[in-house]
Write a protein that binds this ligand. Structure first.
Ligand code: PMP
Length: 394
């Protein structure tokens, strides 16, 4: 026991020495433009609630009605007693929304990625994975025991070369749609073309951050590139633009039936509560009707990114509401975030292992509900503090 405790203490000390120790902030209010932490009012610039649906009256009402009719917990796993009829409604609605035959809902996006990769791939498969893919894809690849080949971020020459050299009988190319820490977009059309050029290559896209945000109808990256029938499996989450929780997969009826039978992260866990499922159904309905929310979100994001760039910040190739400010050093990034907190802004510092060593950053996310005044206030504070702590020169 003593050995175990000193092992833990040493590991924590190492994290602290490198400024990589993490602590949780407890928020006392709903996910809105402003949140309260320990009584302090902060402009929220780090939430994935892109369209403000977490706190939308219509969504909350749907959740309350679901609790009244179905109760709070689901009481069982999906294949036992947990599949209340709202699940059926949501899965049909997701399939329609994404224009695919069928859909399956998991408890989180993380579990959907793990569930798909491990149900499909095994030692006989090769998986080609972008170096900046989300942790849940990385974990799914590892758990599957397939041979993993990492290609350079969005580098199609590297991907083509690696597929040519290493593809075998059964292969997968898997990518984030929108990269969660950089805010850039995967070249999905080129990825699909590479898959077609070689034999037996399945394509999987995790469109966690594109769903509800990209495409004319807001259905995500596949619509944005107009390649609906060319991607084999689309994964997503209900926890970001949809303001609820849960993960999902859409594809052919055959694929979805297979996942229901083979996906351990689908089978061996208690189903989500009726309130979560009802909120997702309502959010899809709102997103399908209200295109203006998305338009506003993208316009505000573009404005914010352009302003930061004009001021000299490094925002990489962000094309979405996810806007990184690269700082580099983890200590400086933490200081930046803490100073912003003192000045009334909640902006998350992102450090290794979430991002590569030397690329620590602030991860800003814009919401359609932010006003221009909010965003101008944020720009002023970011600029002022960046100068004070030496992130920007001058
Ligand atoms: N994929 C990506 C690209 C993500 O950014 C996230 C969330 N951080 C997930 C999957 C996991 O989704 P969830 O939070 O619903 O588990």
């Amino acid at each position: 026991m003593r050995y175990f405790e000193s092992y833990i203490d040493n590991s924590i000390k190492k994290l602290k020495d490198k400024n990589l120790y993490r602590q949780i902030n407890y928020i006392d209010s709903s996910q809105d433009r402003y949140v309260y932490i320990s009584g302090k009012k902060l402009l929220l610039l780090s939430s994935n609630n892109y369209l403000g649906l977490c706190n939308d009256k219509r969504v909350k009402k749907a959740a309350i009605l679901a609790i009244e009719k179905f109760g709070c917990g689901s009481g069982g796993s999906r294949l036992t007693t947990g599949s209340h009829s709202l699940y059926n409604e949501l899965e049909e609605s997701l399939a329609r929304f994404k224009g695919k035959e069928s859909a399956i809902v998991f408890n989180t996006g993380y579990m959907a990625n793990i569930g798909v990769l491990t149900a499909i791939a095994d030692r006989d498969w090769v998986i080609f994975s972008d170096e900046l893919n989300h942790a849940s894809i990385i974990d799914g690849c590892r758990l599957s025991k397939a041979k993993i080949i990492i290609y350079k971020h969005c580098d199609m020459v590297d991907l083509d070369e690696k597929v040519r050299l290493y593809s075998k009988g059964k292969n997968i190319i898997v990518t984030d749609g929108v990269f969660s820490m950089d805010g850039d977009i995967a070249p999905l059309r080129e990825i699909v073309n590479i898959a077609k050029k070689y034999k037996n290559i399945m394509t999987i896209v995790d469109d966690a951050h594109g769903t509800g945000v990209l495409g004319e109808r807001g259905t995500g990256l596949v619509e944005y590139f107009d390649i609906k029938d060319e991607v084999d499996i689309q994964i997503g989450t209900l926890s970001k633009a949809l303001g609820s929780e849960g993960g999902f997969v859409v594809g052919s009826r055959r694929l979805i039936n297979y996942l229901k039978n083979k996906s351990r992260s689908f089978i061996y866990t208690t189903a989500l509560s009726p309130a979560s499922i009802a909120s997702s159904i309502k959010s899809i309905e709102i997103i399908s009707k209200q295109r203006n929310m998305r338009k506003e979100l993208l316009e505000k994001s573009r404005w914010f990114k352009d302003r930061l760039q004009e001021l000299g910040f490094d925002v990489l190739d962000s094309k979405t509401p996810i806007i990184p400010i690269i700082v580099g050093n983890s200590h400086k990034t933490l200081e930046f975030s803490q100073r912003l907190f003192e000045e009334g802004l909640y902006v998350q510092a992102i450090r290794p292992p979430t991002v590569k060593e030397g690329t620590s950053r602030l991860r800003i996310t814009i919401m359609s509900t932010h006003t221009m005044k909010d965003l101008e206030f944020a720009i002023d504070k970011l600029y002022k503090i960046a100068k004070e702590i030496g992130v920007l020169e001058g």
